[in-house]
Design a protein around this ligand. Structure first.
Ligand SMILES: Cc1cc2nc3c(=O)[nH]c(=O)nc-3n(C[C@H](O)[C@H](O)[C@H](O)COP(=O)(O)O)c2cc1C
Length: 220
């Protein structure tokens, strides 16, 4: 598949089959992603990839914290209030998902249940927590974002789907405790990945994009 075709066919998958990705394939993908560009070649990404029992343990620990009523406490600022067209698009993506799942706008409990699936990795056998040194701030975040996109496209090339998740950075405590992540390192966001369940209602959701002229300005 060409890169253009990969991009055209990629979408956020939120329902996975339990089948794990073979370890050798994981290593090949992550080895290829090491070639991502970064500012001054600093390569600030330090992804923590969780699978199997470890994934189940950290998922349960995060859910327990959420159920106990703890408010999100991300390591990095993650509480932008979207405005204007950004807000419209934010609602558009939520509506696409909840409509596909048959969840009505006013059905708060069902929405909360759907939201909670984030911390169950949408049933995926693997998840990544993208960690980086906190002091890097926006410079590191740019590089880690580029790295994450590279990973997701390399996966798609091999038939592996994914969903990036800011949600996975919202309750960093259990992740850091279970995996002994040093205090000076933060979790920027995460990503669940594996083989898509084609029949899952959440995977029927699609988003659109603004016309080119609304985003890109060409000058010559
Ligand atoms: C940095 C980032 C964080 C995201 N966080 C979440 C999340 O926490 N939960 C979720 O279900 N989707 C999340 N998404 C997926 C976006 O909602 C999705 O990419 C967007 O709506 C466009 O849809 P598409 O990926 O299907 O093209 C995130 C995407 C990015 C790039």
């Amino acid at each position: 598949m060409s890169l253009t075709d990969i991009l055209a066919s990629r979408y956020s998958v939120r329902g996975f089959l339990p089948k794990p990705v073979p370890q050798k394939e994981l290593e090949d993908i992550f080895a290829a992603a090491q070639m991502s560009a970064s500012n001054c070649n600093t390569q600030p990404w330090q992804p923590l990839v969780v699978s199997g029992d470890k994934a189940k343990t950290v998922s349960s620990a995060m859910l327990a914290e959420i159920m106990s009523g703890t408010a999100p406490y991300p390591d990095f600022e993650w509480n932008v209030k979207y405005q204007d067209e950004h807000r419209t698009r934010q609602f558009g993506s939520a509506n696409a998902l909840y409509s596909a799942m048959g969840i009505a706008r006013e059905d708060k409990p069902a929405r909360n249940m759907a939201m909670g699936r984030n911390w169950q990795f949408f049933g995926a056998p693997h998840a990544i927590f993208f960690t980086m040194e906190k002091y890097l701030g926006i410079m590191g975040a740019v590089d880690v974002g580029i790295y994450a996109q590279t990973l997701s496209l390399l996966m798609k090339e091999r038939g592996i789907d994914s969903c990036m998740q800011g949600a996975l950075g919202q309750f960093p405590g259990p992740v850091k405790e279970i995996f002994d992540v040093p205090e000076e390192r933060g979790i920027l966001f995460g990503m669940s990945f594996g083989y898509a369940d084609p029949d899952h209602s959440a995977n029927q959701a699609r988003t659109d994009r603004a016309p080119l002229g609304d985003s890109v300005r060409f000058e010559s």
